[in-house]
Design a protein around this ligand. Structure first.
Ligand code: C2E
Ligand code: MG
Ligand code: MG
Length: 564
């Protein structure tokens, strides 16, 4: 159809142009006159006058009634033209999405008349029109609010027709970087071009919305299977991979797509959008330039991940992280010789999140650099203060995460923590895992050597669970091994575990390494380990990880005795 309104048309001029449907109406929506051309839309072959007193509202989707009523009143009262986007229902049950205008008309004596003009909706032209429905000003696509309305509508229709639809979220990978590098003007160009590519890949009745800086949502009526949606998603991925030409050359981008289906994956628009968001973030995590279909099983976990990740930034700002300290005890004397520093997250709204859960998240979102440096600093300060207060030589054992280990400035971070706290380097032990050492042995060797030269000690944490290749131990300047808790748990009943522990202990002796047993919870385990020659013990039997104040109370009450 070529009959489209043009931006800037005045009310009168607009009335001259052919709309797809025109009617003169009263401010409360009764038809005063419908020209013959519009009758087809009403689905009734009656003469025009038969429509006098018909109600415009009869032909408008119920969820748009409020918006229409408000627009009619505003036009009647203020004489200003109104634009909105509606669902038009013809008498024979047909549905059309329309863009419409309501204009004041000079009425007969004392009567206000309005002109209702409607055009079948075309998203590409909508921008030039100055926007019907709520629009994203940059791309002219529907915005989030409009998407939610359209989703609500699609869901309403599905109920009657028994059909379904797909919701795809498309995120541009690494757009931020490009935007920062090229500037916002070119960034905007790329966004508009992305919008155009998406639009071009879709059918006319598909809806495209821009719902975030670099995120688009696609509502695809009638698309009911994950296979169909994935096929389309791959077409979109290919379209986004074509180079973007602009004034400063070319940029290469990729996208990730999350897919959720209605009614399969969610009961309403809100949840559906959330599930698609989860699928999108999983697609990005899986390495970008791919699509992921929402899976209910993965949902709960992924949802929690997202929730935690979102809150983690605030948590850092609000100081919700703190270090707890667990004693490591000498089997020979029963005295506390070291403490392992263990991070705790206490969200402001209660509950606690385990480091086993939040450390990997912090690795993924980059906060680990901050958290890791902070935990080192806090632990060194704490133990240095305790040593001063109690005239002791407690060792601090601090865990390093793989990402921290990979970062370039680890040596600097450690040196600063030591210098600022005054903790002697030889009282600091950094705990690493076998995996961290083995992934890049050369780098690990170099890093360890540099820190070892300064006096820092290294322990292999969770020993026995990783590569278990003992030969490599000789390559690294290590000072101790921590036998993983899994070998300690069944020590009394499991002969294999006893044999493994015995082997670890004798190997360690040969290599000149000290051994800490992790997770010692009862006297039987303690006795078995001690008798086999394990020098250091850590576990609930000896003491749980405690907040600094509790740790102090235990020591000062004499419950935990420090080595002299
Ligand atoms: P890990 O380094 O092996 O720490 C020992 C874990 O065993 C701690 O769990 C500790 O609370 C727990 N544990 C100690 N004694 C017993 C016992 O007798 N029985 C049982 N069942 N458990 C015991 P937590 O504090 O939940 O920490 C889990 C892991 O999170 C740590 O394992 C460590 O890998 C990581 N982590 C904790 N704090 C930090 C940190 O500051 N930085 C980094 N990078 N990782 C940390
Ligand atoms: Mg540890
Ligand atoms: Mg461990």
């Amino acid at each position: 159809m070529s009959k489209r309104p043009v931006a800037g048309a005045t009310g009168e001029r607009l009335a001259d142009r052919l709309a797809d449907f025109l009617a003169r109406v009263t401010p409360d929506g009764r038809f005063l006159f419908v020209p013959p051309a519009g009758l087809a839309w009403l689905g009734a072959p009656e003469p025009p006058q038969a429509h006098a007193d018909h109600d415009l509202f009869q032909h408008i989707g119920i969820d748009y009634h409020d918006a229409l009523r408000a627009a009619l009143v505003r036009t009647a009262d203020g004489g200003t033209r109104q634009a909105l986007s509606l669902r038009f229902q013809s008498g024979d049950g047909g549905q059309r999405r329309v863009t419409c205008r309501i204009l004041p008309l000079p009425g007969a004596a004392g009567r206000t008349e309005l002109l209702f003009a409607a055009w079948e909706f075309d998203p590409l032209l909508d921008r030039a029109e100055g926007g019907a429905g709520s629009r994203d000003p940059l791309t002219g696509l529907a915005d989030r609010g409009e998407l939610m309305r359209m989703l609500g509508h699609a869901i309403g229709q599905t109920g009657d027709a028994g059909g379904g639809f797909a919701l795809l979220l498309v995120g541009l990978d690494g757009f931020k970087k490009i935007n920062d590098a090229l500037g916002h003007a070119l960034g905007d160009q790329i966004l508009c071009e992305s919008a155009r590519r998406l639009r071009t890949a879709l059918r006319g009745d598909d809806i495209v919305a821009r719902i975030g800086g670099d995120e688009f949502a696609l509502l695809l009526p009638g698309m009911r299977t994950a296979e169909d949606a994935s096929t389309l998603a791959h077409k979109l991925l290919a379209a986004m991979q074509r180079p973007f030409e602009h004034g400063r050359g070319q940029s290469h981008l990729s996208a990730s797509v999350g897919i959720a289906l209605f009614p399969e994956h969610a009961p309403d628009a809100e949840v559906l959008l959330k599930q698609a968001g989860i699928a999108l973030s999983l697609a990005k995590q899986a390495g970008r330039n791919r699509c992921h279909v929402y899976a209910p099983e993965g949902g709960a976990l992924a949802e929690r991940r997202l929730m935690l990740e979102e809150r983690m930034y605030d948590a850092v700002r609000n100081g919700e992280f703190e270090m707890h300290y667990q004693p490591i005890v000498s089997a020979a004397t029963g005295a506390v010789v070291a403490v392992e520093a263990l991070m705790r997250w206490h969200p402001a709204d209660g509950g606690a999140v385990s480091p086993a859960e939040f450390i990997p998240l912090a690795e993924a979102n980059g906060l680990i650099a901050f958290l890791g440096a902070w935990s080192l600093r806090a632990s060194c300060h704490q133990v240095a203060r305790w040593n001063q207060r109690w005239q002791a030589r407690l060792q601090a054992s601090v865990n390093l995460s793989p990402a921290q280990f990979r970062q370039g400035d680890l040596v600097g971070v450690v040196e600063r923590a030591l210098a600022e706290s005054g903790l002697p380097a030889e009282l600091l032990t950094l705990e690493l895992t076998e995996g961290m050492l083995m992934r890049e042995p050369e780098r690990a060797q170099e890093l360890l050597s540099r820190l070892r030269e300064r006096g820092v000690n290294f322990a292999v944490d969770d020993f026995g669970t990783g590569y278990s290749s003992l030969a490599y131990l000789k390559r690294f300047p290590l000072s101790s091994l921590k036998i993983d808790r899994s070998f300690v748990v069944d020590l009394a009943s499991d002969g294999n575990d006893r044999a493994i522990v015995a082997a670890i202990l004798s190997l360690a002796r040969e290599l000149g390494l000290r051994v800490v047993a992790e997770g010692v919870e009862n006297e039987t385990q303690y006795a078995l380990l001690r008798d086999k020659g394990c020098e250091l013990m850590q576990g609930y039997l000896l003491g749980r990880p405690e907040a600094p104040q509790t740790f102090e109370d235990r020591v000062e009450a004499g419950a935990w005795r420090l080595a002299p």
